[in-house]
Write a protein that binds this ligand. Structure first.
Ligand code: ATP
Ligand code: MG
Length: 352
């Protein structure tokens, strides 16, 4: 057990790191953020900051020696340098390596016995044409690496042809994935301990616009709720196969034929932000508990319903009205520039 007053290293200094550091501070830990930026959002609430590129080996060595345990909040990290953190890194680099490449990720998910939408790996325009012929349309091209919030994606079908889509994703190695006519989207969020103990939260139903999460609502509507048991079983199989320690999120499409995994995130997730006020133990506190080997916290709902809305880009300008709203829990991430599509904060409302 890593006790209070120890230092937790967090690689990545975005809003997830910020909310992890806040939860860690509540339990008496200090946090040390490792991020290439000079003023990342997490550094405002952490004791220490190393500002260095993610592949700066000397900086990583110093960071390793300064922390008692380390974790990551960001997926687009070079994996190899993380080996320097050795046993201190939780979850391990394997969870990251698999999740950050969409082709490796899908193969792994299928090996774990879970289903994904029909897909092909593509590396050329010819491959894209072949995939379109085999899978039919609509299909979506997604770059294997570096995608988030719908970036690095282009559709082929009603809206676009193969050439345009291939050019739009920068002719990068990609997956071609069948468009799913889903009834709903939801996620399974779980935390796993090194000895195999695990807990689930209630699953949020998720609404996206332009590839970005807008709203998560707990509990799910009936149609998605009926698929949660199968989805949990698959998510746990994935966590176990990874030997994952900490929070793991599995995003799902509720399709007419049952749950299909969209993707996994080896970390706390935007669709779990509602747990800060909506659950007895938040995903952030639970992640700290799991990586420090403290006992699991209770995950049940505080009240009947939780609704989390993201504040994206200029929406953050509504903050004066939101902080004045009775019972609204407002979270602002301390980012200076409200660029379009940038996650600036979120607001959670708890209802009976
Ligand atoms: P994030 O990192 O924010 O989760 P991302 O860039 O990894 O986003 P995805 O999760 O792959 O993107 O896709 C974002 C959203 O786009 C999905 O939640 C879904 O609404 C839609 N989408 C993606 N793939 C498909 C698909 N095959 N069929 C239908 N809709 C899809
Ligand atoms: Mg996603």
């Amino acid at each position: 057990m890593i006790g209070p007053s120890s230092t937790i290293g967090i690689i990545g200094g975005g809003q997830l790191g910020r909310m992890l550091a806040i939860a860690a501070a509540q339990l008496g830990y200090k946090c040390h953020i490792f991020d290439p930026g000079g003023h990342p959002p997490a550094a405002d609430v952490a004791a220490y900051l190393t500002s260095a590129p993610f592949d700066d080996l000397a900086a990583l060595d110093k960071f390793r020696d300064a922390v008692d345990v380390a974790t990551y909040e960001f997926e687009n990290l070079p994996v190899e340098p993380l080996a320097r953190l050795g046993e201190k890194l939780r979850p391990g680099a394997r969870s990251l390596a698999i999740a950050q490449d969409r082709a490796t990720e899908k193969e792994f998910i299928e090996r774990c016995g879970a289903r994904v939408a029909p897909w092909r790996a593509v590396a050329s325009l010819d491959d894209v044409h072949a995939a379109t012929a085999e899978l039919g349309t609509p299909i979506v091209l997604k770059t294997r690496r570096y995608g988030y919030d719908g970036k690095g994606q282009a559709w082929i079908g009603a809206e676009g042809d193969a050439e345009t889509a291939w050019a739009a994703i920068g002719e990068e190695p990609a997956v071609a994935e069948t468009g799913v006519d889903f009834v709903a989207e939801f996620s399974v969020i779980l935390a796993r301990w090194a000895d195999g103990r695990h807990v689930f939260w209630d699953s949020p139903q998720n609404e996206h616009r332009d590839g970005i999460l807008r709203r998560s609502t707990v509990p799910c509507t009936d149609v998605a709720a009926a698929q949660i048991a199968d989805a949990r079983e698959a998510a746990l199989a994935i966590a176990e196969a990874l030997g994952h320690v900490g929070v793991l999120t599995v995003e799902y499409f509720a399709s007419p034929g049952g749950p299909l995994v969209n993707e996994i995130a080896p970390r706390v997730h935007n669709s779990g932000h509602w747990t800060i006020e909506g659950a007895v133990t938040s995903q952030f506190e639970q992640h700290i508990r799991a990586i420090c080997d403290l006992p699991p916290g209770v995950t049940g709902l505080m009240r009947g319903r939780a609704i989390m809305d993201n504040l994206i880009g200029a929406e953050v300008e509504r903050w004066p009205e939101l902080v004045a709203e009775r019972g609204a829990h407002v979270h602002l991430y301390g980012k200076d520039e409200a660029r379009p599509g940038r996650k600036m904060g979120h607001v959670t409302r708890i209802r009976r």
